[in-house]
Design a protein around this ligand. Sequence first.
Ligand SMILES: Nc1ncnc2c1ncn2[C@@H]1O[C@H](COP(=O)(O)OP(=O)(O)OP(=O)(O)O)[C@@H](O)[C@H]1O
Ligand SMILES: [Mg+2]
Length: 228
Amino acid sequence: MRYVFEANGLCKDFDDGRVRALRGVNFRIVQGEFLAIMGPSGCGKTTLLQLLGALDLPTSGSLLYRGASLPALPDPALYRAREIGMVFQAFHLLPTFTAVENVQLPMFETERSASERLKHAVQLLKSVGLEHRLNHFPAMLSGGERQRVAIARSLANNPSVLLADEPTGNLDSKNAHHILDLIIRLKRERQMTLVLVTHDPSIALLASRTIRMIDGQIATDPSAPISP
Ligand SMILES: Nc1ncnc2c1ncn2[C@@H]1O[C@H](COP(=O)(O)OP(=O)(O)OP(=O)(O)O)[C@@H](O)[C@H]1O
Ligand SMILES: [Mg+2]
């Protein structure tokens, strides 16, 4: 079986080895899975997600995406644009662009014409219930609305994988619930693989599997072979 992601002995150091953020992480992620990653602050969750999104390179170990080495990719930006959608706790919208412009940004990596870009962005904003906020700037939107724009943007190029780093961390519990329902619905409709970092055990309960990390290592993973 070919995995979506496969990590073996994955390590990531910062500051010339003074910080060892990941210390030999091993896991496999299958197509269509909803994997939750939990663990205390500083245990390496964001670092791991950044490696999966090819935003950073491992120090050692191997990391494969559908059988191909991520660190060896000739064009990581192209991989991100074509395969990966990312959603962050702090939304990361560009403040001087409207909602519909923010959603179009990733589409500049593709062949779509200007009118196709606009049409697709409007469709995506509709699918997250924001058709009435197309021309609002991020500052004019609520936190939940901003995250919905960010989710629409993450889907701009029909990614097969969605990486979400505490996507509900800045929201009140009602908004958090709506955003999570939305992410899960979109995951199902688009048959994406979802990797979601969360501190919230009630969110992790909705996942098909939860990996727990401690101090740069995986402490528990239900799919890992039981050691003798
Ligand atoms: N660019 C960097 N330079 C130096 N150290 C870093 C860098 N990024 C992360 N670290 C360190 O690596 C460790 C793991 O950080 P990471 O952001 O992955 O933690 P996390 O599990 O996402 O924590 P949180 O739950 O607080 O978001 C931390 O000790 C952090 O201080
Ligand atoms: Mg983090």
